[in-house]
Design a protein around this ligand. Sequence first.
Ligand code: HEC
Length: 148
Amino acid sequence: MRKSKTFLTHQNKLKGNPVVGKAIFGSCLACHAVGKEGNEFAPPLDGGKNRGIEHLLTAIISPDDAVEGAFGLYFVTTKDGSVIEGYLVKNDSNGITIGQAGGSKLFVAKNNIHSHGGVNGRSFMPRTFGNLPAQSLIDISAYIKTLE
Ligand code: HEC
């Protein structure tokens, strides 16, 4: 995995293209909202123009460094042996509802739950975006920085 510090020291050499960034940003809407588009599994990225480039890049490259309690990765293992990971939507006397990227929700009835809990130190935001080419990361950040 790319080390965010090394990357951050090099990013100033690249110039971001917000139009290209917007196209890539489509996959981010699986969790984030911008205006009326997207989902609510992550902080909305409206007002992105007020976010610093270092903050944006760090959040995208190493989300686990920035994990906030409410958006931690949550897991449920069922009695028949499957593991469900995602965003904790609801936990009540009937069972647990887990949200998945893209907006679908899975309900696990209480009598089918083997174990459940937060995955320590892991964000619901996947680490995989850190593997995008540096230029793409700069383009995405340039797009976010156009958001009012
Ligand atoms: C599977 C859900 C998911 C996807 C897909 C996702 N994110 Fe996130 N993102 C999160 C969560 C959850 C957080 C909240 C941080 C935390 O507590 O872990 C977050 C935090 C962030 C933040 C910092 C929040 C802030 O207010 O500044 C940025 C920036 C960000 N994401 C950008 C992106 C970009 C860009 C993409 C697409 C390349 C993306 N995310 C895709 C879930 C997601």
